[in-house]
Design a protein around this ligand. Structure first.
Ligand SMILES: C[S@@+](CC[C@H](N)C(=O)[O-])C[C@H]1O[C@@H](n2cnc3c(N)ncnc32)[C@H](O)[C@@H]1O
Length: 457
């Protein structure tokens, strides 16, 4: 073997190692095939240097190939919750009229997280035990940063954490109250009462957050008569599902894939009260790729939006060289800046801004000001200019958005933001490193790049 070949081989070796023969993988693979998973024989578990655990293909995969196909009963979806009589009894046999008191008070994701805890509390007695044991023990989202670090991370990341905390704490309190008042005295429900803690619920919430896939079962089940089921608690839709094995695939923004529900016999619209596992034994969920993958490379799918604020706060990872990142600004911040410069928006200007949605999507990216940010500045500067038609002017911004007057006007605010991010970055760099902190520092570093580029232009 020549020197270059040896070097290349060594490089490949440090990039991943397969772990299909480790005990935990064997256990999971056995459980998956016992429960009817059909997957491409080319796929194996591997640990990758950049993405952690994922799936590797041992042979070439071509666009159009199916990656795997799972029976519906091997996924945790809305029907799993409805068919779990014990789980439903927690709510239905209760001193509180839960379906009325908590009507539309929680998201489906929160209900799924509560359901995961219900399954986990059953330990080895749960059908899902092997799967639950295979899940990560902790997550790398900024939600789990200690307060002394949170006070130095960018306000946009803090906003996301605050939203998550509100949802999690509110729903945790609701489920705690439901458990305290349930009259269902099965031992599993009693155990759940003591097993249900905030930290376990947070784990479950982020398990659902980082691993769920989109699955629309509305063609399969009749969603009328919701009010008599636990689904009356939810304030959104039920189109997410946990899919063992499929959820081992990591994300690439360049991946393209599609999923489909394969329903062999005509099941029609099944009434919510008549669901059972046998009915679904013939329904399968399939995912196929639209990419080619070379032998001994990682297989990816795309999770959706790939900007880093979303990736770090929802999934706990950062993509370097991501040119769709942007630095958001709030309308309130901009308005404060205007006031500091002696500009007070009139009622007419504010109405125009609101009517044209120019108070949202205000950001700077590598290309410069967003359309709305530019439009907003036009309203600030030119609304009362008799020689200009402001509506026409705004739509011309789609073609040309380099009015130096507007850019120079906003420049001090941009420079201030850059200074304050750099001050916070200095503080954050003094803490000992971990992946969550690194992700936040990387994103803030990306903000610095974007703002510096804007200032230099
Ligand atoms: C659906 S799971 C994928 C499997 C996961 N790696 C595991 O070990 O179970 C999603 C999680 O995988 C990790 N992940 C996915 N894509 C990634 C990527 N491109 N880079 C780094 N981590 C990634 C993140 O931790 C994310 O929350």
């Amino acid at each position: 073997m020549g020197r270059t070949q040896r070097k290349r081989r060594r490089k490949k070796l440090v990039q991943f190692y397969t772990c299909n023969n480790e005990n935990s993988s064997i256990l999971l693979n056995t459980w998956l095939s016992d429960n009817g998973l059909r997957s491409s024989k080319k796929l194996v578990f591997a640990m990758f240097e950049t993405t952690g655990r994922g799936l590797l293909t041992k042979k070439k995969i071509s666009a159009g190939e199916e990656l795997m196909n799972l029976p519906l009963n091997l996924t945790i979806n809305v029907t799993s919750l409805l068919m779990d009589v014990l789980f439903c009894r927690i709510f239905l046999e209760n001193k509180i009229s839960c379906l009325l008191k908590y009507k539309q008070k929680v998201s489906f994701q929160s209900l799924m997280a509560f359901y995961l805890i219900h399954l986990r509390a059953q330990g080895v007695n749960s059908k899902w035990h092997v799967y639950l044991e295979s899940l990560p023990k902790e997550y790398t989202v900024p939600y789990f940063l200690p307060n002394e670090m949170i006070c130095h991370i960018d306000s946009e990341i803090v906003n996301e954490i605050t939203k998550q905390k509100n949802i999690i704490v509110t729903s945790f309190n609701i489920f705690s109250e439901v458990l305290q008042n349930t009259t269902c005295n099965y031992i599993e429900v009693q155990n759940l009462g003591s097993y249900f803690t905030l930290s376990r619920y947070e784990w479950a919430y982020f398990t659902v957050n980082t691993r769920c896939v989109y699955m629309d079962l509305t063609k399969l089940i009749d969603s009328q008569n919701l009010s008599s089921t636990i689904l009356s608690l939810i304030n959104d839709n039920t189109k997410i599902s946990l899919c063992p094995y499929l959820d081992m695939i990591n994300h690439s923004p360049n991946a393209r894939n599609e999923t489909k529900l394969i329903i062999n016999k005509d099941l029609g619209n099944l009434p919510l009260t008549k669901l059972n596992e046998d009915i679904f034994s013939d329904v399968r969920f399939s995912i196929y790729t639209k990419n080619n993958f070379d032998p001994y490379t990682q297989v990816f799918i795309c999770y959706g939006d790939s900007h880093n604020l979303k990736l770090i706060t929802e999934y706990g990872f950062f993509l370097p060289s991501n040119d769709i990142d942007f630095v958001p600004f709030t309308f309130d911040d901009i308005n404060l800046y205007l006031n500091s410069r002696g500009v007070k928006l009139s009622g007419d200007q504010i109405a125009f801004i609101n009517n044209h949605g120019l108070n949202k999507d205000l950001y700077i990216d590598l290309k410069g000001l967003s359309f709305n940010f530019y439009g907003l500045l036009m309203v600030v500067k030119y609304y009362y200019n008799k020689n200009l038609d402001i509506s026409r002017l705004i739509y011309s911004a789609a073609i040309c958005s380099n009015d130096r007057v507007l850019i120079e006007f906003i420049m001090p605010m941009v420079k201030d933001r850059l200074v304050s991010i750099n001050v916070d970055l200095d503080k954050l760099c003094s803490f000992s490193k971990n992946m969550i902190l690194d992700n936040c520092i990387n994103l803030m570093g990306q903000y610095v790049n974007i703002l510096e580029k804007f200032i230099k232009c």
